[in-house]
Design a protein. Structure first.
Length: 204
């Protein structure tokens, strides 16, 4: 079976104007953001199953005075200077137990590679320099403390990678790991990229 680089697709959106009051809702939002952030690796899974790559995932909070944003880099562990995915996730709240994750690309992403170790550098980056990936947001629901599960909409996330017409993402966020399963499908519903057996397990 061929290895499939798993593209994490990941997290945010409840366009919130102004600050959220300090209540149960904001506590759950803070819980989600805190649980998601960190440095992850799929090394353990790759060691057990050679069909999975050893991937490094970094999710670092930025723009704390503007809302809840994470800068994301995803790369093969032995090529971390050349990440294949550079994104910003905006995490917002829809209702008491439901959250949405918007995904943004950076127009000059090469200028930001490696900046995860200096979050203040992103003060020079503004939202009008980002492009949203419409339809690729992940809706997450709180299952229990520090545990959230979600996925993209049905055929809403367009993809042209390897002959695909749409992509799907399923995510489970918990205290010590993120399980994420991204797949691409052609117009007939046949899978053309992504992990086949199950998603990637990223250990924090």
């Amino acid at each position: 079976m061929k290895k499939n680089i798993f593209f994490l697709a990941v997290f945010a959106t409840f366009a919130c104007s102004g600050q959220i009051k300090k209540n149960k809702n904001s506590a759950y939002l803070n819980e989600l953001v805190s649980t998601m952030q960190g440095t992850y690796s799929s090394a353990k899974q790759a060691t057990v199953d050679s069909t999975y790559f050893n991937i490094s995932l970094k999710m670092i909070p930025i723009w704390e005075d503007r809302g809840n944003y994470l800068y994301v880099e995803q790369a093969l562990t032995d090529k971390q200077d050349k990440p294949y995915r550079v994104r910003i996730y905006k995490i917002t709240q829809r209702n008491e137990n439901e959250f949405v994750s918007e995904i943004y690309t950076l127009r000059n992403e090469k200028d930001w590679i490696g900046k995860w170790n200096d979050p203040l550098a992103f003060e020079k980056l503004y939202e009008n320099e980002l492009d949203p990936k419409h339809g690729c947001e992940v809706v997450l629901k709180r299952i229990e403390k520090n545990k959230f599960s979600g996925q993209t909409g049905i055929k809403t996330c367009a993809s042209e990678l390897r002959g695909a017409t749409y992509a799907t993402s399923k995510v489970l966020v918990s205290t010590d790991q993120i399980l994420s399963w991204d797949q691409g499908f052609d117009k007939d519903g046949k899978q053309v990229w992504g992990a086949v057996k199950s998603g990637y397990i990223f250990e924090k």
